[in-house]
Structures are given as structure tokens and as C-alpha cells.
Design a protein around this ligand. Structure first.
Ligand code: UD1
Length: 422
């Protein structure tokens, strides 16, 4: 397994471009199952999770081919299987997104449940409540969700929590259902909006994505579509923190500024300068950092996927910050690793109290999940001496060409092959 060595202390300087959004891409790839016509998806990030999604789709009979660096031709002419095996779902929870499209297209699906993961229980009950409401019969057997429906029928569905994945799965099941579906308390995340845009381009009738109520009028069939992925707001936010934590000066291009308001507000509260211009931002750090209080919340609140990165930054503030994680239980694994680097953090339930220290020190640390690993990289970039991050494969799931991007800004990063098992 790869390790990453970061020699900290270099202020990042220069310009960097944000890639396409991972979390928007994954459901859109699954949605290609909804038509027997070819689709083209552009600005697709080259990531391990995207490869996993394509492998899963290949097993179902979906053909895909890169037709450019980031352009993908994808064609589900014949669906030959309706099963998403455990081996793939366990490596990527988003594999569960095939449930809705498979049910809609071939009327049956057998999808492994994702099981536990490093950031808490993450159940799929809301996905199942949703497809049951649409008339699917669902059984849980041998670790698999087995669902079938001769004809899905539109329904009114109220989500207990505004789950991104459940909203997306239900939308994809409902587009070919008979009649009208209303999802209340739907997730409002930009990725949900992007999926709706793709579905509409395929001929679906979806209204209200981006609000709490999504309405879907089922249609008979969908056709091929051409779609360009939105930029990755989490990568953009992570790069913003990279500039801030190193006291650097970085121009970040292709930033979905409107989607990052909560993050920009918090960064400015710490004293970091964020100036938006020409579809990008210029982030300048270097002054004393002020502590802040923040809570992760569903969109448009502060994203949980940037909590670890922000915690890394706040270890460097002049004073005490309070971070409350309201989306996932057990999403402070990175805090324990940051403490190994000299951070002063006390955790109580969903709250972490972060007392700023003058300088973190490099240490061997272990990445536990995708976003936590980014938090550790950011800490390493600002730390004294060198930081050695193990299990860095988590990172390749979700950040395109990160080493190259950070190195181009002056970061000193190397990868080492490690023969030890994961
Ligand atoms: C998506 C993102 C992930 C992000 C998360 C929250 C993708 C591929 N992943 O994950 O990066 O961190 O949104 O913004 O887009 N819940 C239930 N029952 C369910 C489903 C969810 O109780 O059936 C709970 C979860 O445990 C969690 C909350 O709802 O507490 C939000 O989860 P959800 O929005 O579903 O996250 P994902 O779609 O898995």
C-alpha cells in the first residue's frame, strides 16, 4: 500500500484547477442504466471510485469507453445482470445507487448492503422505504437487498432525514414509474441538482431538485444525453484550506463559489482572505488565524466532507474552536491522528474542542477514510519536519491528481510503496 511523505512548511503559491465532482459523477454513471441509448459524460474525474462504478456497470452489461481525458461514452444497450456484488459495494458505498435505476429499467435488483464504514453506521433504510413506497417488494437476504416490481407507481415519500443517496436513488427509480412521485424533505445538495439535470436531459420530468420537495412525473422511456459534470466543491474547499494552512497565496480555478458560501464565510472568519473572481477564488493566508465555531449541516450548511480539513486548519488558530458534526456519528477519526501530530483536541460525543497550538509536528499517521486523509495531508503541509501518511489509497478514491496539483503549488510530497498489507 502506498504511503505519502509530506515535508511541511512550504507556503503554497500559484494556480490550480478543480476537477469534476466525484459525488455528482457516481449517481449519474448509474443513471445511464435508465436508457438503452448511448450517453456522453464530460469533465469526469479520473478516480478510483469512478473505475469502481464502471466495473460494477460492466458486470451489468454496460459498455463504457474513455473518448477523451475526461470524456466518457457509456451505453447500457443490454442489461445482462441485476446484481451488485458485495466485493464492489463494500469498497464503494455509492454502488448502492444502482438499486433505483435497475428496478426502473429491468424491474429487479439484487444489491449488497454496504455494511459499516469508517464514519459510522450509515444505514440504507431510507432508500428501502422509498422504493417500497414506489411499489417494490423488498427482502433482505444474506446481506443483499432483493427488490422487484412489475410496475413501479408514483408515491408521496417523506424522508426522515434529507439523505443525499436516498433522494438520488428514489429519483432514479421514479423517473420511469407510473404517475407522480413527490419526495419531501429531499436533500438539496448540488449533486442532487446535477443528477436531476442529467435525468431531464434524458427526457425525464423532474422538478424542484435543489429544494426540499422534488416532484417526478414518470415517463415511458428515456433517451441518451450529453452531460458535463459540475466542479467538485469538496476538492475546491480542500484546496482553499491548503492555501490557508500553509500561509500561501493560491488562485483556484473552476470553483463553484455559490455552493461554497458556508465554507468561504468560515474561512473568512478565521482571517483568511478569499476573493472570488472569474469563476474561481484567490485564497491568501499568512496572518494570525482566529478560532471559529462550526457545525456540519445538510446543504447549504457547512459540508461534513470538509470537516476534517477545517479541523486541521483550526489546530493552527490562536484560541479555541468548537466543531460539531451533526451528519455522521464517529467522524472524528482524523482528530486522533492530528493529536499524534501535537494537536490539542478534546472530543465529547459529536463535538470537538480544538485549542490552537503554535505548530504541528510531523509524525507517522494513518488515513481512515477519504476526507480524513485530506485533513491529514493538510496538517502535514503545515507541520514541522515530515509527516508519513499510511493507507493513502483512500485519497485516490476521490481526489484527481492530487499529488501533482499540490506539487505544482510548491508542496513537497512523495509516495512510497509499502509492502505491508492494508
Ligand atoms: C453523500 C456523499 C458523502 C457525504 C454525504 C453527506 C456521495 C457518493 N456521498 O453520502 O460524501 O458525506 O452525502 O453530505 O454522494 N441516513 C439514514 N438512512 C439512510 C440514508 C442515510 O439514516 O437510508 C443517514 C446517514 O446515516 C447520515 C445522514 O442520513 O447520518 C446523511 O447521509 P446521506 O446524505 O445519505 O449520505 P450519503 O448519500 O451516503
Amino acid at each position: 500500500m502506498d504511503k505519502m511523505i509530506i515535508h511541511g512548511g512550504a507556503p503554497l503559491k500559484g494556480a490550480v484547477t478543480v476537477s469534476g465532482s466525484k459525488n455528482a459523477t457516481l449517481p449519474i454513471l448509474m443513471a445511464s442504466l435508465l436508457t438503452d441509448e448511448p450517453c456522453t459524460i464530460r469533465n469526469v474525474p479520473r478516480l478510483r471510485d469512478v473505475n469502481t462504478a464502471l466495473a460494477l456497470l460492466r458486470g451489468l452489461g454496460v459498455q463504457s469507453e474513455w473518448t477523451g481525458d475526461h470524456a466518457l461514452a457509456i451505453h447500457a444497450e443490454h442489461v445482462i445482470s441485476h446484481e451488485a456484488p458485495y466485493e464492489l459495494v463494500k469498497t464503494m458505498r455509492a454502488s448502492f445507487f444502482v438499486l433505483g435505476p435497475l428496478l426502473a429499467r429491468v424491474r429487479r435488483a439484487k444489491v449488497s448492503t454496504p455494511g459499516g464504514c469508517a464514519i459510522g453506521a450509515r444505514p440504507v433504510n431510507l432508500h428501502i422505504i422509498g422504493i417500497r413506497a414506489l411499489g417494490a417488494r423488498v427482502q433482505l437476504r444474506g446481506g443483499y437487498v432483493e427488490a422487484h416490481a412489475d410496475q413501479l407507481r408514483g408515491a408521496r415519500i417523506w424522508l426522515d432525514a434529507p439523505s443525499v443517496g436516498a433522494t438520488e436513488n428514489i429519483m432514479m427509480a421514479a423517473v420511469l414509474a407510473d404517475g407522480k412521485t413527490t419526495i419531501e424533505n429531499a436533500a438539496r445538495e448540488p449533486e442532487v441538482q446535477d443528477l436531476a439535470k442529467f435525468l431531464v436531459a434524458m427526457g425525464a420530468n423532474v422538478r424542484g431538485a435543489g429544494t426540499h420537495v422534488v416532484e417526478i412525473e414518470g415517463v415511458e422511456r428515456l433517451h441518451g444525453a450529453d452531460h458535463e459534470m459540475i466542479p467538485d466543491r469538496i476538492e475546491a474547499g480542500s484546496l482553499m484550506v491548503a492555501a490557508a494552512i500553509t500561509g500561501g497565496d493560491v488562485s483556484i480555478r473552476n470553483v463553484p463559489v455559490d455552493q461554497l458560501e458556508a465554507v468561504i464565510v468560515k474561512l473568512r472568519e478565521t482571517g483568511v482572505s478569499v476573493i472570488a473572481a472569474d469563476g474561481g477564488v484567490r485564497v491568501t493566508g499568512g496572518g494570525a488565524l482566529r478560532p471559529v465555531e462550526l457545525r456540519t449541516l445538510p446543504y447549504p450548511g457547512f459540508p461534513t466532507d470538509l470537516q476534517a480539513q477545517m479541523m486541521a486548519l483550526l489546530t493552527q488558530a490562536n484560541g479555541t474552536s468548537v466543531i460539531t458534526e451533526t451528519i455522521f456519528e464517529n467522524r472524528f477519526m482524523h482528530a486522533l491522528e492530528l493529536m499524534r501530530m501535537g494537536a490539542d483536541i478534546v472530543m465529547k460525543g459529536p463535538t470537538a474542542v480544538v485549542r490552537g497550538v503554535p505548530r504541528l509536528q510531523g509524525a507517522p499517521v494513518m488515513a481512515t477514510d477519504l476526507r480524513a486523509s485530506m485533513g491529514l495531508i493538510l496538517a502535514g503541509l503545515s507541520a514541522e519536519n515530515h509527516t508519513e501518511i499510511g493507507r493513502v489509497y483512500h485519497l485516490d478514491r476521490g481526489y484527481e491528481a492530487l499529488d501533482a496539483k499540490l506539487s505544482s503549488l510548491g508542496a513537497r510530497i512523495e509516495r512510497l510503496k509499502d509492502s505491508a498489507p492494508a
